[in-house]
Design a protein around this ligand. Structure first.
Ligand code: NAP
Length: 271
């Protein structure tokens, strides 16, 4: 990133909380000069002050990129100050849940290049996954730029339509919370089978984390990995018979869970 268009033209980061800080840390690590970054945030953290980026000063009139990382409810207050940068070559990238491309176009001008992104919380440790979608005004290289910026906090996938953002929200956006709850349930079930609480929690956390890494690193599909550890008439098969029940097990429950989150995402986007 050292000699990129972003390093030269500047990057404005609007909102530097959890997600903004995680991204900024990744950009600086990958060589973006601190002097190319302009952060706007009412309460800069000590960490942010120590990075050497510009904080709450005048920003370039036409930066290469503006990255929006404020909470959706702060958008109405925060966005108008960026209005003058709309409609030109400045690429806007937003990670705010629920704020649509149409909303940004309405505030910033219809011809503004905008990329909407949906990250998730493991971004805080560089293990996130972010889905991105652009409006037609984003030039060919613009999506690559957004992709590179978001890779600072994990993997990136590209969507065909903005409508898919709701499904992404239901799967990977809200997904970490489902997995945390699975850890809670697995630990509670271990306790019910006679294990001390802290040991049951340690077993549950390590099992989910280890299985997750194995699923990512293995060349085998998760379904094959499952088959590999399921001996006929063994313990895993007995457990999976309950979990995989097509009427009362995880398949219908996960369908309903993701559908509820995606429906809520659609509702929020519609105001
Ligand atoms: N965290 C995630 O994993 C995650 C996942 C998906 C999407 N997102 C999206 O990412 C965005 C940021 O989330 P977050 O978790 O990083 O929230 P956060 O920690 O609350 O960060 C938001 C930051 O913006 C600042 N801010 C508030 N009003 C502002 C204004 N008018 N101008 C400039 N900065 C302002 C806040 O300052 P104060 O704290 O002083 O108000 C805070 O530092 C949200 O839109 C969220 O939907 C986050």
């Amino acid at each position: 990133m050292k000699d990129s268009r972003i390093a030269q033209g500047g990057l404005v980061l609007l909102g530097c909380g959890k997600m903004g800080s995680a991204m900024l840390a990744g950009w600086l690590d990958s060589g973006l000069p601190a002097t190319s970054v302009y952060v706007l945030d009412p309460n800069p953290s000590d960490w942010l002050r120590a990075t050497g980026v510009h904080i709450n000063v005048d920003v370039p009139s036409a930066p290469a990129v503006v990255l929006i990382a404020v909470k959706p409810q702060m958008m109405g207050e925060a966005l108008p100050r960026l209005q003058a940068m709309g409609g030109g070559d400045t690429l806007f990238v937003s990670v705010a849940a629920g704020t649509t491309i149409a909303h940004f176009e309405a505030v910033l001008g219809a011809g503004t290049p905008i990329v909407r992104a949906m990250p998730n919380t493991p971004a805080a440790i560089g293990k996130g996954i972010t889905a991105i979608v652009a409006n037609p005004h984003v030039p060919a290289g613009g999506l690559d730029e957004a992709d590179a910026l978001l890779q600072a906090v994990g993997q990136v996938v590209r969507l065909d339509t903005e409508a898919q953002i709701d499904a992404v929200t239901g799967v990977s956006g809200s997904g970490p919370a489902y997995v945390f709850h699975m850890i809670e349930c697995l630990a509670a079930a271990g306790e019910a089978q006679g294990l001390p609480a802290d040991m049951a929690m340690q077993l549950a956390k390590a099992t989910v984390a280890g299985a997750g890494v194995l699923a990512e690193q293995s060349g085998d599909a998760p379904s094959q990995l499952r088959v590999n550890v399921t001996s006929p008439n063994g313990t895993t098969q007995a457990g999976l018979k309950v979990l995989m029940d097509t009427a009362k097990g995880l398949p219908p429950l996960m369908q309903k869970t993701v559908a509820a989150a995606a429906d809520r995402s659609r509702e929020l986007a519609n105001g």
